[in-house]
Write a protein that binds this ligand. Sequence first.
Ligand code: NDP
Ligand code: PYR
Ligand code: MG
Length: 640
Amino acid sequence: MFSLNGTSFTNNSLSGVSRCLNQSSRRVSAPMVVVAAVNSNGKPGDGSVSVLVENALTESPAPVEMEVKSTVTGGVQDVYGEDSATEDQSITPWTLSVASGFSLLRNPHYNKGLAFSERERDTHYLRGLLPPVVISHDLQVKKMMNSIRKYDVPLQRYMAMMDLQEMNERLFYKLLIDNVEELLPIVYTPTVGEACQKYGSIFRRPQGLFISLKEKGKIHEVLKNWPEKKIQVIVVTDGERILGLGDLGCQGMGIPVGKLSLYTALGGIRPSACLPVTIDVGTNNENLLNDEFYIGLRQRRATGQEYSELLDEFMYAVKQNYGEKVLIQFEDFANHNAFDLLAKYGTSHLVFNDDIQGTASVVLAGLMAALNLVGGSLSEHTFLFLGAGEAGTGIAELIALEMSKQTGIPLEETRKKIWMVDSKGLIVKSRMEMLQHFKRPWAHDHEPVQELVNAVKSIKPTVLIGSSGAGRTFTKEVVQAMATFNEKPIIFALSNPTSQSECTAEEAYSWSEGRAIFASGSPFAPVEYNGKVYASGQANNAYIFPGFGLGLIISGAIRVHDDMLLVASEALAEQVSQENFEKGLIYPPFSNIRKISAHIAAKVAAKAYELGLATRLPQPKDLVAYAESCMYSPAYRSYR
Ligand SMILES: NC(=O)C1=CN([C@@H]2O[C@H](COP(=O)(O)OP(=O)(O)OC[C@H]3O[C@@H](n4cnc5c(N)ncnc54)[C@H](OP(=O)(O)O)[C@@H]3O)[C@@H](O)[C@H]2O)C=CC1
Ligand SMILES: CC(=O)C(=O)O
Ligand SMILES: [Mg+2]
């Protein structure tokens, strides 16, 4: 028993946190002295109990390594041992106080709904607050899936999922992990696109952190308002290019929220370590400016110095609050800012642009896999893009880099195998003066060509990639042209959501007489053509960023390097099985995504160590096993 600020505490309840740490299968330094203090009568007066947490690392610098059994794996930097507790161990459901009673049921992090056991209902003052039945986590998942499936409208399913995330986090993640193929199109593209468009009308409870021009000069304090302190990944948007839907301003928040749900479900990053951010500098979307339910600043976008000062303040406040190794993922910025932000902060922060880099890695993986079906090496193929923005030029640059690495041919030469069409036609040398800087490497010698179909007929690409955000631009004539000079034309329709896809799966297969190798950014159902069923893959950066981020975090990487993108592509391509190839697939099913993410993470981490960019030492021997052991599991913990 001891006293703090006049209150008596017992330490016989030295929390399960330290015990949990001891029994984790991860190698842990045993740093935590955790004192869960209860009032001397052992009963909270007002439903809450003060808790004091101390990190004893400073007092006990020598790390103690332990290897013990675990049935549940923990999140990266699971310092409180909550996630690495085995299923038969107890942990304390604490916030700054021990949650109990009504507040426990309203706390999404600890709420278990009808799965609270009889004992927990007694010890945590839940009697009467729940109906008598006690059900399992699995039954909760079954029940929730039943109720979600009753909604015919995808947006209603999205809203039900968001409500669940705000009500019972572990049920939300178990549902998503166990039913990933069915629920990915709900919490992610295409439905998240519609949700962003209607965000103001469907807005119920805020998710993520909103930083607007009003917060200029105060961003450091605003970050402190966020309830979690140990942030490992931030996904940030300014809402100017949301999927292929354009400027959705502050309503772009659905994207960082959705991407970070995938960081947890697909990549195993703890939810409490994820921070979704929307930077609101206004919007140029007239419909939103005139919408009475719009949730953002009602002004046109700030640009120039005003914009860059806000971004600068944000970037430095992030580093001040969370340190060097927090990963900042830029998402859905317009290209006139995206390339510059990546270049500007790439040397001072751990930054990653998902649209430029993540997309590049996922498409390169698909191409590597597709070579198994069409033959030849990468440099024997010719590529034509519709869309020369972030996604298009990002992918092109990574393909050229990989070709250069494979053949030893200089990058300037390998780029010549890649052609681009933008809204003004084929990118050719005569347009050089007027081109944005990121398009210039792709301006080759050729007479001007206006129409895509004519570019296809002239260049005769083996691979056609849509990254335009312009729906149905791969017309019948375009696909038929591809099929005239390719036995198996490779066609990617990357644009999201489905309404913006350059063509549908049905169009790709029927217009190519079943010969296309097709993948799309948003999913399409299998297609029947001439009595045969064709399943297409989903070429979406969701395959890459969760595992990529996990790899950066587990290695303590301080910078992103292009070679990490290349190994991530290899890791993903290696996961495509013979059985997948036989179905014409060039991506593995999402149902294996956590295993895939662990492989990607291991390769990325290994590259970080090789490049001297990793700070978490020593390097674990088996990086795949280590990555898996670091992944968050949504299994319920029992509360003492
Ligand atoms: N599947 C995936 O994982 C990903 C998919 N995407 C999707 O890719 C699309 C583009 O994104 P991003 O590259 O960031 O966008 P950008 O705005 O940076 O680039 C769009 C490009 O498409 C061109 N374009 C637009 N309309 C047409 C048209 N009708 N004909 C020819 N070219 C056109 C633009 O031309 P101009 O330069 O002349 O204006 C520009 O070059 C989006 O729909 C997005 O959802 C993005 C990232 C990942
Ligand atoms: C998938 C994605 O990042 C996009 O469409 O922007
Ligand atoms: Mg994006």
